[in-house]
Design a protein around this ligand. Structure first.
Ligand SMILES: [Zn+2]
Length: 72
């Protein structure tokens, strides 16, 4: 399924959403984004790339391995 939506770009992008299948069950659906501009895969925010991410650089100084919340 492909959707065109309006999003608030000052918030992290949603990685997925729960869809109600019926009254008793729901299913998690991953969201894929196309044609994003500069995107930080660490924070999930538009406007900068992860190599310029101040938050990720602070995290790298504190821990050995930084875990990205967003993938390709
Ligand atoms: Zn960032």
């Amino acid at each position: 399924m492909r959707l065109k939506v309006t999003i608030k770009i000052d918030k992290p992008l949603r990685r997925g959403l729960k869809i109600a299948m019926n009254q008793n069950s729901s299913k998690w659906v991953d969201i894929k984004y196309e044609r994003l501009g500069d995107f930080c895969y660490y924070l999930g925010r538009l406007g900068h790339v992860d190599r310029d991410c101040n938050v990720m650089q602070v995290a790298q100084d504190e821990v050995k391995e930084v875990v990205y919340k967003y993938g390709p």
